[in-house]
Design a protein around this ligand. Structure first.
Ligand SMILES: [Zn+2]
Length: 270
């Protein structure tokens, strides 16, 4: 439960140069741990400046939405703003070659800041036409995404896919979360070919926010984010992988991805 918003220093809006370099952007985001309830205190000012709209479920569950759809069939890019823990703590960020970690005093929170950095890059630099969502409280049971989908799910009709970058390591594209089919292998394989980084479909996912979106959106995946040891002080992020993945996502032909899964039918099938 949130204690006191003055515990955390709000994030400043990154310069154009920082926003345009996903590794610099990631480093900029890694100044505090951001437990559920503190997302708005930390990210709010920056997201206001960048044109995002708040969607308030309750005083500590605040999601952010940026709708850049242009009428064409498109999809969703999403990430979660919170990190594990109960109290915000300042991070001492260490960069060792292509690896980001902390001094061991706190987690890094690359889970899911790697995803947040990519979402911001795709929206504000690549400017891909899509619906962008940044969720609160994923680590406390997908509080933000479950409430957002409960309120807005029916408005997701016509969206073809939802992509989140929130899986540990560097190889998986998660198609099944908690045993439920969230995306077809055909979609995941085509996405892997498009990225050309050696990813493979995996049915071993637990949960992230795209699990909630699966009720309304046909193809909902979770791509490896390049972080290791999430939720631990030993957490680290592969910055080269982050840069490569972001660059590939920015120039993928999303219209060419095959859409096979039917939300309602897949859910009945388990
Ligand atoms: Zn996560």
């Amino acid at each position: 439960m949130k204690q006191n918003s003055s515990l955390i220093t709000p994030l400043t809006t990154p310069s154009k140069e920082v926003l345009g370099d996903v590794v610099e952007l990631f480093k900029h985001l890694c100044q505090w741990t951001v437990p559920y309830g503190y997302e708005d205190d930390y990210y709010g000012r920056m997201l206001d400046d960048l044109g995002w709209k708040r969607d308030v479920a309750d005083s500590q569950t605040i999601n952010y939405v940026l709708d850049l759809r242009n009428g064409e069939p498109s999809g969703i890019f999403c990430a979660h703003l919170d990190t594990v823990g109960d109290e915000p703590e300042p991070i001492n960020l260490l960069i060792d070659g292509a690896t980001a970690r902390t001094d061991g005093g706190t987690i890094l929170g690359a889970d899911d800041r790697a995803g947040v950095a990519i979402v911001l890059y795709l929206a504000h630099v690549a400017k891909l036409p899509a619906l962008y969502l940044l969720f609160s409280g994923e680590e406390k049971g997908r509080q933000g995404s479950s409430r957002w989908v409960g309120k807005h799910g029916k408005a997701l009709q016509g969206l073809r896919f939802a992509i989140q970058v929130d899986r540990r390591n560097e190889t998986e594209i998660i198609t099944h979360q908690s045993g439920k089919i969230c995306a077809s292998d055909v979609f995941a394989e085509a996405l892997a070919r498009g990225l050309d980084m050696g990813h493979e479909p995996s049915n071993k996912g637990a949960y992230t926010d795209t699990f909630e979106l699966r009720r309304h959106v046909p193809e909902c995946v979770n791509i490896a984010a390049g972080y290791r040891n999430p939720h631990q002080e030993e957490e680290e992020q592969n910055l080269d992988y982050l840069a490569r993945l972001c660059e590939r996502l920015a120039r993928l032909d999303y219209g060419a991805l095959p859409i096979e899964r039917v939300p309602e039918l897949s859910d009945l099938a388990g």
